[in-house]
Structure formats: structure tokens, C-alpha cells
Design a protein around this ligand. Sequence first.
Ligand code: A3P
Length: 318
Amino acid sequence: EKANLALILDRYKGSITSLPKEKGWLTESLYMYQGHWFPSNNLISIGTVMASQEVFQANPTDIYLVTPPKSGTTWLKALAFAILNRKRYTNISTHPLLIFNPQDCLPYIENEILRNKPTYMDANSTRLFATHMPYTSLPQFILDSRCRLVYMCRNPKDVLVFMFHFVNKLRDKSLDRITLEEAFEMFSKGITPCGPYWDHVKGYHAASVKHPTQVLFLPYENMKMDTANNVRRLADFLGYPFTVEEEAKGAVQEIVSLCSFKNLTDANRHGNIREGLPKEAFFREGKVGDWSKHLTNEMSQILDGITKEKFNGLDISF
Ligand code: A3P
């Protein structure tokens, strides 16, 4: 994959160097492209986004799980994977979600295009992909194919806190830790991978209003508040509704429990390394509003102000 990535980046190098550039959260740079910031050297990077736009081919039956980074990706991947594959994996104790990190149970579009052999060879089966791409940067093929997209986002304040912790875990020991003030500064200026965060949310919210049967807007907080009913909603939207028999057998609750924060955290506790991190790093608190333990009142007020201004007149709440 690394070799492929180098080739891809090379091809787009000329157009990348002329883009506005900022220092990223680790050692990477962030480039402004089509209104959003994309990292230089992550797998999900400016080069892979450009390449996806050019070469990624969608099937109309594809399903795309979209999140801004650190906004519930792992959970959404687990839930959708469990819903779609519930007839295939009936023995919960050997379910892939308890063996692999949910992140590894389905690919990102941005990674998929780097493989020589696609993960999915069978054009007739539903393909499940994840992506962090903003709506405006999605490969045109996906939009033209009218594929279904599920969008999970989250209160920006909780996202900032997770990013701050995650980046410090990833940071090379030889580098200083990033401070909360620095993280806040970058986040509030919109300088995050695929940010500005608020614009990412607005793009998909607008799409969900315009194309409600194609785009499901599903905030993390809603999923947290009433997981069972939102799992039903998700299954209906994905075209895999629960039957009366399944309901009677408690299939919804089974998926809720399988994908619960505790269950997945326990399953990943002794997992090996992913992106240079123990797999458990993808789980932290799993709570709504944990930001209040970390952010100052002033930070909170500034972020609330940005949210109010950006979402003015829109029906978006967390
Ligand atoms: P916290 O920082 O609040 O703990 P992503 O998966 O996009 O990186 O998002 C990370 C956030 O999702 C973290 O939030 C993480 O703990 C939470 N998360 C991961 N798995 C979850 C699950 N099964 N249920 C609820 N939250 C989960």
C-alpha cells in the first residue's frame, strides 16, 4: 500500500504543491482543497482523495458510511456491519467484530483505491465502505449512482477532546505533546483533517434535506440516546429491516449489545496494533458531553458561538 500511495501522491504532486498549506496535528501538513483541509501523508490524504475522485467506481447498491474523523466512525462501522451481516454470523462468540477492530471490518474508499485487488470482487453483493470525505469532494460516481450514505457527526466539543487525546497517543515520543490550547486553536480555526468541522456537517446535512432517501443524517448523540430505535432506523434505511420474527427474538438488542462501547472496548483490549496504536486507542469514554471535564468555559463559549453562527437557521442539534 505504501508503494501505491507514493505513486499516487507523485501523480498529484504538481497540483498539491500549489494549494494553501497549514501545519497539521502530527508531523503532516494540511492542504486546502475544495474548501476543506486534507492531510499530506495519512492514508486518507489529499493524494488519495484526488485519486478517488478520478478512479473510484461505485455500484448503485453500495452503502457509504461517512463521518468527519473522530466522530463515531468505529461505532457506525460496527453497527452497519452487524446489521448487514446478521444472517451470516449467527454465532456471536466468533463474530468478526469481537475478533477484529470494527475499523478493519470494512475499508475506507481512500484505502481501497490503493489496493491492487479490490476487497470486494462480487459486484452483486452490497459493498460497505467508509469515508471521511466532505460531500463536496465525494467522487462524482457515488453521487451519480445514487448510492445510500449514512452520515454520523457529533458535538464538535467532544470531537475536539477525542482528537486531542488521540493525537497525543499517536505522537512520536521524541516530540512534545500538543497542548489543549493548541488543539483548540486549530480546531476553532477549522484546521482539522477534512475540516472545518462545521462545514463538513453542513454539507451532509444539506444533502440529507435535499435527498432524504439517499442520505441519512444521524448524530452520535441521537444514537447514544436511543440506540435500539436508531438501529431499527438504520436497518430500514440500509434496506435490511428487522422482520417481525427477528424483533420477537431480540435481534435488535443483540446488535445493540454486540456493538456497545463496553463490549467493543473489551474485545479490543488485547488487540494488536493499528495505525501505530493499540486497537483500544479507538475507544476512550464513549459518553456524550465529556468535553465539560476538559475544556475551559471560555473555550466552550467560543466553540458554541462558532456552532451557532455556522448552523444559523439549520435544524442541527447535538
Ligand atoms: P470519546 O472520545 O467520547 O470516548 P471515531 O471512532 O470516529 O474515532 O470516534 C471516536 C469516539 O467514538 C470516541 O469518543 C470513542 O470512545 C467513541 N466510540 C468508539 N466506539 C464506540 C461505541 N461502540 N459506542 C459508543 N462510542 C464509541
